[in-house]
Design a protein around this ligand. Sequence first.
Ligand code: X90
Length: 277
Amino acid sequence: MKHKIVLDSSGNLHAFSGVDFASVPLKIISGDREFVDSADCDVADMVKHLKSYKGKTTTACPGVGDFLEAFGDAENVYCVTITSNLSGAYNAARLAAKTYLEKHPDRKVYVFDSLSTAGEMALLAEKLRDLIREKLAFDKIVEQVKAYQQKTRLMFSLESLHNLAANGRVPGAVAAVAGILGIRLIGKASDAGTLQPTGKARGEKKLILELVRHLKEMGYNGGKVRIDHCDNLNAASTLKQQLLCLFPAADIAIGVAGALCSFYAEQGGLLIGFEVA
Ligand code: X90
């Protein structure tokens, strides 16, 4: 039985060992330049270009054909997308699944709407891999991952919400809070898969304290944490250390945000996927 896990690139996983895997890129389009969010995208170069570019920059989700290509010839496909509330990726993946099943009625595809992005998608991918390795049946895997999804969250801190607001992904009033120099907006993915502000912090020291407090308030109790940073390894590492002080056995990993997340979370941003008790 050939299993495959497919994520869109907002999951910030370009490779995923131990299982057949594909990341389907979103795109960042700025004037006549297009940045494809794949492993070979030079994110630092993109950020530099965007800083000097005065025109409008937009993003595009993968098309149906992109997902179909990623599904390949797998018999069991588990696909996880960025929240359907902020992107058309879920819709495209669902349409791809429909076409795939029409063509190959003997195969199976399930598309999970992560209602989130980044590290929370990575956690779902890890759970899928564990269950595939346990050789559970397709339907059982889907059921268990849906249950697991109730136990995962995404929190973030953003120094700027300019690109989110400019692309209509948050109201301007929310973005204005983080527009003030030195203020970081803290927030979470809401149950509906939208960006929900929950606090703010001035300066990095305060930020880390606040993030730890928010994580615990949201139910973090020593489970897995997947931190993706946008050119801010320092903050990600400090957060990891602080969490390890409280929960020495916790499985905490730090990754680098890809092009899509770096565009929206902007320089300094942290995206934190985690398990709750
Ligand atoms: O389809 C497209 O063009 C992509 C649009 C994506 C828009 C949102 C990306 C968010 C990236 C920012 C902070 C986390 C927000 C989480 C809310 C669920 C990361």
